[in-house]
Design a protein around this ligand. Structure first.
Ligand code: G
Ligand code: G
Ligand code: NA
Ligand code: MN
Length: 253
C-alpha cells in the first residue's frame, strides 16, 4: 500500500526517467536503434529498477498512465535524435494491460502526431504471453498498430509456452532471442542450438532477429556466424541516461 502511494506520487512528481540501450546491426556494425527502459529516480535517493515496481504498477493499474508517459517521452527523445541528424529507431516495452486497452492505437496515433515522429521509427516490444492472452483480439490490435506504420517485436522469445503457430498469424516484424540463450551460448551447446534455431525460424518466416544479453565478443562472433541481424547487451552498450546516450550516439552512429 505504502509503495503504491509512493508510485502514484512519483508519477505526479515526474520522478521517472528513461534509460536507453543500443541495438547494433551485426552486418553493418552500425547502431540503429535504442530500447527505452524505465527507472525511478526518487529525490535524493538511489535509482530504482523496473524489477522493483513494474509488477505493482500492473496490479494497481498505474502502468496505464506510466506507460503513456514512457511512450510519449521515448517518441519525443527519438524525434530529437532525428532532428540532430541521427535517424535511430526507438523501442518501447508494452505490458499486457496496456496492450489490452482498446484505445492503445488511438493513443499511439495521437503521440505520433504530437511529437512529429515518423512512425517507422517506433517499435513496440511485446512478450509472447501478452499477445497470447487473447489471440483473436491481439491479431486485430496488432493489425491496427501496423496500419499506423509502427513495428512489432516479440520480446524474450523462447521463454514462453505458446505454440509457434501464432507467428505466421500475427503481423510481427522481429523476434528478440531471450538473453538466457545467449549469455552462456559459447559454453552451452544446447543454448547455442536454440539460438541458431530461433535465427533460422525468424528468417524462414521473413522476420528480423535480435539477440539480447550479448556480453562479449565471442557471443557476437557466434551470432554473426549464424547470421543474426542485430545484437543488444552490455558488450554493445549498457542502458544509459539521456546525456550519456547522446555522447554514445555521436561516437557510434
Ligand atoms: O533494465 P531492466 O532492469 O530495465 O528491465 C527489467 C524489465 O523491466 C525488463 O523486462 C523490461 O522489459 C521491463 N521494462 C523496462 N522498462 C519498461 C517499460 O517502460 N514498460 C514496461 N511495461 N516494462 C518495462
Ligand atoms: O526483458 P527485457 O529484455 O526488456 O529486459 C531488459 C533487461 O535486461 C534490463 O534489465 C537490462 O538492464 C538487462 N540487460 C541488458 N543487457 C544485458 C546483458 O548484456 N546482460 C545482462 N545480464 N542483462 C542485460
Ligand atoms: Na524489452
Ligand atoms: Mn527482453
Amino acid at each position: 500500500m505504502e509503495m503504491e502511494i509512493s508510485l502514484r506520487q512519483a508519477l505526479e512528481n515526474n520522478e521517472f526517467i528513461l534509460h536507453y540501450q543500443p541495438k547494433l546491426n551485426i552486418k553493418t556494425s552500425a547502431v540503429y536503434g535504442m530500447e527505452a527502459l524505465i527507472r525511478w529516480q526518487p529525490e535524493d535517493s538511489k535509482l530504482i529498477y523496473p524489477g522493483q515496481f513494474i509488477e505493482l504498477a500492473e496490479e494497481t493499474g498505474l502502468i496505464i498512465p506510466m506507460g503513456e508517459w514512457v511512450l510519449r517521452e521515448a517518441c519525443k527523445q527519438c524525434k530529437m535524435w532525428h532532428d540532430a541528424g541521427y535517424p535511430l529507431t526507438v523501442s518501447v516495452n508494452l505490458s499486457a494491460q496496456q496492450f489490452q486497452k482498446h484505445d492503445l492505437t488511438e493513443l499511439i496515433a495521437k503521440i505520433i502526431v504530437e511529437t512529429g515522429l515518423n512512425p517507422d521509427a517506433l517499435e513496440l516490444e511485446l512478450t509472447e504471453s501478452t499477445v497470447m492472452k487473447e489471440p483473436k483480439q491481439a491479431a486485430y490490435m496488432l493489425q491496427q498498430l501496423k496500419e499506423l506504420g509502427v513495428s512489432i517485436s516479440i520480446d524474450d522469445f523462447g521463454t514462453g509456452f505458446s505454440s509457434l503457430s501464432y507467428l505466421n498469424q500475427f503481423p510481427i516484424d522481429t523476434l528478440k532471442i531471450d538473453r538466457s540463450f545467449i549469455n552462456d551460448a559459447h559454453e552451452n551447446e544446447a543454448n547455442q542450438a536454440i539460438a541458431a534455431a530461433i535465427i533460422s525460424l525468424a528468417h524462414g518466416l521473413g522476420l528480423g532477429v535480435v539477440a539480447e544479453g550479448v556480453e562479449n565478443e565471442e557471443q557476437l562472433r557466434f551470432l554473426k556466424l549464424k547470421q543474426c541481424d542485430a545484437a543488444q547487451g552490455y558488450f554493445v552498450g549498457k542502458p544509459m541516461g539521456e546525456e550519456l546516450i547522446l555522447d554514445y550516439i555521436k561516437k557510434n552512429t
